[in-house]
Design a protein around this ligand. Sequence first.
Ligand SMILES: CC(C)(COP(=O)(O)OP(=O)(O)OC[C@H]1O[C@@H](n2cnc3c(N)ncnc32)[C@H](O)[C@@H]1OP(=O)(O)O)[C@@H](O)C(=O)NCCC(=O)NCCS
Length: 244
Amino acid sequence: MRKPAVSSWTEHPKIVHPSRRPHVRDLQTSLYPNVEDLTPAMVLIKLVFVEVLRMTSQELQQCGGATALLMSSVSIREAVIQDAEELARVHILAWQETYRGIAPQSVLDSLDVNARIDSWKTWLNQEDHKAFVAVVDGNICGFIRGGPVKQPVRDPSFDAELYAINIIGDAKGKGTGRELVHHLVETLRPMGLSKMVVWVLAENPSRRFYERLGAQDLGQQKIQHVGGVELTEVAYGWQDIESL
Ligand SMILES: CC(C)(COP(=O)(O)OP(=O)(O)OC[C@H]1O[C@@H](n2cnc3c(N)ncnc32)[C@H](O)[C@@H]1OP(=O)(O)O)[C@@H](O)C(=O)NCCC(=O)NCCS
């Protein structure tokens, strides 16, 4: 059973402490000043709506289906070989969004979808290569890949690696990245892996995501040459993926 992602109110600013949540009566008054104009059925429907608004996301999760009332539902599942083509397209789109202004535009414009499909087929056929997709409205909006360490850091005890995580467009910033990481580590743990590394471009603001998830800057750098431009990658590490 996975541990809860957050353990206290202070650690998760998006969840409002009950004492700071408005009372249902305040919301009723501010949203529907002329309650007497409403039919009893309308009052009931609006009361239910206001109560759902008042609930924390934790309470909504406990209500199961109620979550769908407020959030577009993102589901996460293991990637399968049939996903290769869609994953290749999402992968290219994600790179074009993320590395615009960082990597040379000519390189981003010439990313080849067929080469990417081949790469995904290869990865998805490797038993120790684990991949999950995030799906919204039947479309893949993100993915994560990981497995045994491929680009090691100086400390040889780091045995696992998050190879890549990418979410496109509006699907970012809604907790999907954190969920994808949870799914990956739950698969890596039974493989006997416990310490995970990830390499990220130094200029990529998403490195803060790894920090938010408790990764430490391992103080190691690697230089990549992309389209004649020198890009620096930095390594982050989780000492124990149990914490994720
Ligand atoms: C990085 C990425 C995977 C994060 O996924 P996400 O769904 O947007 O992130 P989440 O909503 O799960 O965020 C989890 C936490 O990280 C924080 N976070 C996410 N991205 C952040 C950023 N760029 N800067 C600062 N904090 C960030 C969130 O605020 C959140 O914190 P909270 O728990 O306190 O609310 C996603 O934004 C992405 O795909 N970015 C572009 C591709 C990329 O750079 N990938 C990494 C290449 S190595």
